[in-house]
Design a protein around this ligand. Structure first.
Ligand code: GUN
Length: 309
């Protein structure tokens, strides 16, 4: 496998220069995702030749419902809300039945003034097309370790791929995950566990976060808080994977803002062995893994249709 880690300025990750430790090796999600996309392109080409122009297909459903009228009338409100939910579910059902579509994701959070139960929506997606891996069926299989019989959510899957790129094996390591969301933290916990790490999952009620972080050989952060993890907490030589995307004010930029992760990069890269940058780390891998799941779904579809035909 090709490596996508890069040593900045020729400094090693784990060696020392005098008393000063070298900075961490950067794990490039841009490079890793390019390799995945190139591999997928070849696989899709093969499918196309073997199955008469067959192409994997993905539908991304963006829910955007606006309140109709401005009457403060609870009956109108309730009927608009029910109509919005019914329309979303109807769209999902029609994609579920469409044999030319192999993957379906509903963009979260649901962008609607009328609250729609997101569990209802994610579970309406057929498990065979749930390339986000968010339905109870896929999440349940992942939690039980049926990794080859489910769709793994794209961000955790991308994080695992980035960890693999470092050459550090997960088995037997102590992994710490910060965050327990259905998209990132919870499936990341399961994925690391079934790759044989000992896993601690931290969240907003964890009282001793710096101590927990300090025990991590592998740290995955999906907390949604800008630069929350400080470099001083990080264990020397750890693999640090940052899933955060936060905008902070920056007057030196024309836009007046810049994007940072959930890890304070400038201090964490003084202690970590490997670290993902933001941007250019986990983000591009999430997209690549969505493509990977879609291709996998199309391959399963072809296998099913061959065995039925
Ligand atoms: N919004 C942010 N990340 C994701 C994701 O991975 N899947 C979906 N469906 N929505 C998202």
């Amino acid at each position: 496998m090709l490596s996508v880690v890069a040593r900045p300025l020729g400094l090693g990750a784990s060696c020392c220069r005098g008393s000063r430790r070298a900075i961490a090796t950067v794990i490039s999600g841009n490079k890793a995702s390019k390799l995945v996309r190139e591999r997928l392109k070849e696989e899709v080409e093969k499918m196309k030749v073997q199955f008469c122009g067959f192409r994997p297909s993905l539908v991304v459903l963006q829910v955007c419902v606006f309140q109709v009228g401005d009457r403060d009338d609870s009956n109108l409100y309730i009927s608009t809300k029910l109509k919005a939910a019914a329309e979303v579910l109807h769209s999902i059902m029609s994609v579920n039945e469409n044999q030319t579509v192999h993957g379906l994701i509903v963009q979260l959070p649901l962008d609607t003034v009328n609250h729609i139960n997101s569990e209802l929506v994610t579970n309406a997606v057929s498990p065979e097309k749930d390339v986000d891996g968010l339905s109870c069926i896929n999440a349940g299989k992942l939690s039980r370790g049926d990794l080859n019989d489910c769709f793994i959510p794209c961000t955790p899957n991308g994080c695992l791929e980035l960890i693999r790129q470092t050459g550090v094996s997960v088995a037997g390591k102590h992994a710490v995950v910060i965050g327990r969301s259905k998209i990132v933290g919870a499936p990341m916990h399961d994925l690391l566990l079934w790759n044989h790490a000992t896993v601690t999952t931290c969240h907003s009620k964890t009282p001793d976060l710096p101590e927990q972080v300090g025990r991590a050989d592998i740290l995955v952060v999906g907390a949604g808080r800008a630069e929350m993890v400080r470099g001083g907490w990080v264990k020397e030589g750890a693999v640090v994977i940052d899933c955060g995307i936060n905008y902070v004010p920056d007057e030196t930029r024309a836009s007046g803002k810049r994007v940072v992760g959930d890890v304070h990069y400038a201090s964490a890269n003084q202690r970590a062995g490997f670290i993902t940058p933001v941007p250019g780390g986990v983000g591009p891998m999430t997209v690549a893994m969505l493509m990977e799941n879609t291709v996998q779904s199309a391959q399963r579809f072809l296998l099913r249709s061959q065995s039925h035909g």
